[in-house]
Design a protein around this ligand. Structure first.
Ligand SMILES: *[C@@H]1O[C@H](CO)[C@@H](O)[C@H](O)[C@H]1NC(C)=O
Ligand SMILES: *[C@@H]1O[C@H](CO)[C@@H](O)[C@H](O)[C@H]1NC(C)=O
Ligand SMILES: *[C@@H]1O[C@H](CO)[C@@H](O)[C@H](O)[C@H]1NC(C)=O
Ligand SMILES: *[C@@H]1O[C@H](CO)[C@@H](O)[C@H](O)[C@H]1NC(C)=O
Ligand SMILES: *[C@@H]1O[C@H](CO)[C@@H](O)[C@H](O)[C@H]1NC(C)=O
Ligand SMILES: *[C@@H]1O[C@H](CO)[C@@H](O)[C@H](O)[C@H]1NC(C)=O
Ligand SMILES: *[C@@H]1O[C@H](CO)[C@@H](O)[C@H](O)[C@H]1NC(C)=O
Ligand SMILES: *[C@@H]1O[C@H](CO)[C@@H](O)[C@H](O)[C@H]1NC(C)=O
Ligand SMILES: *[C@@H]1O[C@H](CO)[C@@H](O)[C@H](O)[C@H]1NC(C)=O
Length: 801
């Protein structure tokens, strides 16, 4: 046993005599050290362990290093475990990972004696025989070579933010120890963040997501034997039987845990994480796109995540960027904000005046109102007779930063968290306190009158100017030229002009926002600003001209484009009736007649058949869903956003699957990493007739839980010859043939195996009654999705035919 005095020298001696592990070993033994760019590599080559720097290191000096485990075969740095989370070392060459002489795996910086990090175990057996092995599961295991059955320590017991296949996220009933995943602090810092997932500490068999280890913002619901009750579309294993997942929920006298494994020879890489924006996601590496595809995300509504936008900001569920600072505030850490981590929130631009105590000499702080909101947390109720009294009470307390009056007076002190805006139907509004200079037209009444007159004059003269110009410019906007066939190449400032500086937003799609514009010839257009785009100008023009050459009555027409610096914009024909989802599920959902519904289903099929089979280059759409079907004024459907998959390349799958609503339409091959063909579109298309028929989202049917997932119900009723029971007999007598045909074709489209699914051309023929079909089998993947199943191996089955 080493005494403390000479141990420093001993360490140095020891270090000098240590050898580096031989190339590509998976084992670190007691006389070896790991430093610099040396790595341990698991036997099958899938995982590596060594020093790394976070790829997205924010804030300049990129000098923090960590010991971690990552995927060795994936080009995108993907860290699954970090040893020294909050304790970086600054020079990997001077730092060593060793088996220390107390038998621990330890990280030493600068040859110092006390480790930056250690496994902290009491090791009773001879330390010379202790070793650390990185095994094929991505688990770093410390054991003795003499007794390799005993695990002394393993990284699987020491979660960071990642849950790998084979690992148990458990609660030990004897010791009370609860394992949890804790998010990184931000994308460049693996230190402990604010979000975590774990089994409920009160003993319920459910997982909970928490903020700062205290506030629960999501619960999975209790395990009910085959699924979590709060997750009707169920767990990853349920949803994607073809990808070879197995899963298991265990609740015995000793412990409770959930675990999953993946059939390994598929070379499928999959992981669960709690990310820096508080979402729990499972992702799979997709070879075709060379990107991680999320296929399970909770909570579904990102604004539910506690503090996701930080302080003094608002969260909007349906916007391209969910978080934005309130007026008068600016991002606290713009770099993190850009990387999608908004948790630091926003800071005030101009300090509050406060304390002027009603004196008329200085300008008072003022309030501005945001309507249709979900109010922030931590409201305090105070007595106030009316809205004016409520405002005054707030104004008179320096800590009060907002109020809301709805008969009673609510105020907020010091911080605003979890304000959500754009809530359709919300009656609440909130008044936010700002320094007077932040709000224009402030001041006395006299001032205001002057301001109104002046602004009136400005508007008037502006109007005259525009009139003058619009008369003068009865020619196309300068700079428009008809390059690339019929496509117009717009200048950016022309698009600014026709959209009135992007003032009227029509919507936020998967790939950016869309704005309304009016061409000089009075044609209304939709201008799409692409986001997340990295293609060069030349390639962009080539792709765009391909899209521009596609003309079909059921495909949205591309009229022009703009490519300026990093900006890419597309100009499309404008569809006054908006997208199909609004008509099917929106609050203003129209009652479409059956005839129109059938026309829509058939029209979409024709548009896709043209894309797949009749264009010069076959185009796979990759993102078929009601949001991407637009309707003209006689409800003729037009498929939008085709060709963007190719245009956006690698970014596409990220954008695609991070959008709420897309997941319900994705074919299983997106998840299993198989090649994507036109049959993936057929699958997505197939999910829509069910929704067109029922007027409800498949995932949102109230009876979704267990067994009656609408597409599965339809398939089963078809086989029983009872499909009419799903519809009123009145309807069925009138349009039964078409209804049954639509149900049948949809069921064929959503079959697991690509070869079972028809082509879009065949779908058109079936819908037109030109081609007959047999009864479809119940689609297995959807069935499992609906029913859930405990510990079943899915991979063995041949697809039903
Ligand atoms: C390592 O040594 C360098 C230079 O002596 C020093 O700047 C740095 O702070 C040391 N790092 C640690 C972690 O002790
Ligand atoms: C990795 O280690 C864990 C724990 O010892 C073990 O359960 C698992 O089977 C190992 N995996 C492989 C692929 O060796
Ligand atoms: C190996 O470890 C197990 C469990 O700790 C113990 O029961 C066994 O006696 C050990 N065997 C040897 C050879 O040390
Ligand atoms: C321990 O390792 C040796 C050699 O690597 C192997 O032969 C033996 O089967 C292992 N024992 C156990 C219990 O895994
Ligand atoms: C979940 O399970 C716990 C313990 O088994 C029980 O106390 C609780 O009532 C259950 N919750 C629901 C919503 O059923
Ligand atoms: C998280 O909770 C701790 C106390 O448990 C508190 O000190 C800390 O300020 C909290 N963090 C934030 C960001 O509110
Ligand atoms: C993905 O690509 C890697 C490397 O090219 C290959 O080893 C692996 O088998 C591929 N996986 C699938 C599911 O195609
Ligand atoms: C206004 O009132 C507050 C508290 O009532 C006090 O702290 C502050 O000093 C006063 N300010 C002025 C300018 O009188
Ligand atoms: C302002 O409100 C806070 C929180 O209720 C309270 O602690 C404080 O005393 C109030 N200040 C004044 C001047 O009323």
């Amino acid at each position: 046993m080493a005494t403390s005095l000479p141990s420093c020298a001993l360490y140095l001696l020891l270090l000098l005599s240590l050898q580096h592990p031989s190339q590509a070993s998976d084992t670190l033994t007691a006389n070896q050290k790991l430093s610099g760019n040396q790595k341990l590599i698991s036997q099958d080559g899938n995982f590596a362990l060594g020093f790394f720097q976070p790829a997205a290191l924010v804030g300049g000096s990129n000098d923090k290093w960590y010991i971690g485990i990552w995927y060795n075969k994936i080009p995108t740095q993907t860290i699954v475990w970090v040893a020294n989370r909050g304790k970086p070392v600054y020079d990997p060459v001077l730092s060593n990972l060793i088996i220390s002489d107390d038998g621990n795996l330890a990280l030493l910086a600068n040859h110092s004696k006390s480790p930056m990090w250690s496994t902290n175990i009491r090791n009773h057996i001879a330390t010379s025989s202790t070793m650390a092995v990185l095994n094929n599961s991505g688990n770093l295991v410390v054991k003795h070579d003499s007794n390799n059955s005993t695990v002394l320590w393993q990284s699987f017991d020491d979660f960071t933010d990642t849950w790998l296949p084979g690992n148990k996220l458990s609660r030990n009933k004897k010791t009370g120890v609860i394992k949890r995943l804790v998010s990184w602090k931000d994308r460049g810092d693996p230190a402990l963040g604010l979000f975590s997932i774990q089994l409920d500490s009160n003993g319920s068999p459910q997982y909970i997501l928490q903020w700062n280890n205290s506030i629960v913002y999501w619960e999975s619901g209790n395990w009910s034997g085959n699924a979590y009750t709060g997750v009707p579309e169920s767990s990853p294993s349920n949803s994607y039987p073809n990808s070879g997942y197995t899963f298991q929920f265990v609740d015995n006298d000793v412990e409770t845990y959930f675990t999953y494994t993946v059939k390994n020879d598929a070379q499928t890489f999959t992981r669960g994480i709690v990310d820096v924006s508080g979402l729990f996601q499972t992702l799979v590496w997709t070879n075709v796109t060379q990107a991680w595809t999320p296929f399970f995300t909770q909570p579904k509504a990102k604004c539910i995540v506690y503090g996701v936008c930080g302080e003094n900001s608002k969260c909007s569920e349906n916007a391209a960027s969910s978080c934005s600072c309130l007026k008068g505030f600016t991002e606290k850490y713009p770099e993190n904000w850009k990387l999608g981590d908004h948790t630091a929130g926003c800071r005030r631009n101009v300090p509050l005046k406060c304390g002027n105590n009603g004196s008329m000499k200085t300008k008072q702080d003022r309030f501005y109102v945001i309507n249709s909101v979900k109010l922030p947390d931590d409201a305090r109720s105070i007595d106030a007779a009316d809205v004016r009294a409520c405002e005054l009470t707030c104004l008179n307390n320096c800590s009060c930063i907002a109020y809301s009056y709805d008969g009673s007076c609510w105020v907020w002190y010091n911080h605003l968290m979890n304000l959500q805006d754009n809530i359709g139907g919300s009656m609440y509004s909130i008044s936010i306190r700002l320094g007077a200079s932040e709000l224009p037209n402030s001041g006395t009444k006299k001032w205001r009158t002057t301001a109104i007159i002046i602004s009136g004059l400005i508007v008037l003269s502006f109007g005259v100017t525009i009139l003058y110009f619009s008369h003068k410019r009865r020619r196309p906007i300068s700079g428009i030229n008809h390059g690339d066939g019929s496509l117009i190449s717009f200048k950016y400032r022309d698009l600014q002009f026709i959209t009135r500086n992007f003032s009227e937003r029509l919507g936020a799609g998967s790939f950016g926002s869309v704005f309304k514009g009016v061409l000089p010839n009075a044609t209304i257009v939709a201008v799409k600003k692409l986001e997340g785009f990295h293609q060069g100008d030349k390639q962009f023009r080539a792709e765009v001209s391909t899209i521009g050459n596609i003309h079909h009555m059921n495909l949205i027409r591309l009229l022009g484009f703009c490519s300026k610096g990093p900006m890419r914009l597309l100009v499309y024909e404008y569809m006054p009736s908006g997208s199909l989802d609004k008509h099917l599920f929106g609050s203003s959902s129209t009652t479409l007649s059956w005839k129109i519904r059938y026309q829509i289903a058939a029209g979409i099929a024709k548009g896709l058949a043209y894309l797949h089979e009749e264009c010069r280059d076959c185009i796979i759409h990759c993102d078929i869903k009601p949001e991407n079907i637009l309707l003209d004024d006689s409800f003729v459907p037009k498929v939008a956003d085709f060709g963007l998959a190719k245009l956006l390349g690698r970014n596409f799958s990220r954008v695609l699957t991070s959008m709420r609503g897309t997941v319900g339409y994705l074919a299983p091959e997106w998840i299993s990493g198989e090649a994507i063909t036109t049959k993936a579109d057929v699958f997505s298309y197939g999910m829509m007739p069910f929704e067109i028929i029922s007027g409800k989202r498949n995932l949102e049917h109230t009876e979704t839980s267990m067994g009656t997932f609408f597409p599965v119900l339809v398939a089963k009723k078809l086989l029983e010859g009872q499909v009419q029971t799903l519809f009123g007999s009145e309807i069925f007598n009138a349009v039964g043939v078409e209804l049954e045909r639509a149900c049948k074709v949809a069921c064929w489209c959503v079959q697991d195996s690509e070869s079972s699914r028809p082509t879009m051309g065949e779908v058109v023929k079936i819908l037109e009654g030109l081609l007959d079909v047999e009864m479809p089998p119940v689609p297995r993947y959807l069935e499992v999705l609906a029913e859930g199943s405990k510990n079943v191996k899915f991979f063995s089955d041949e697809p039903a035919k």
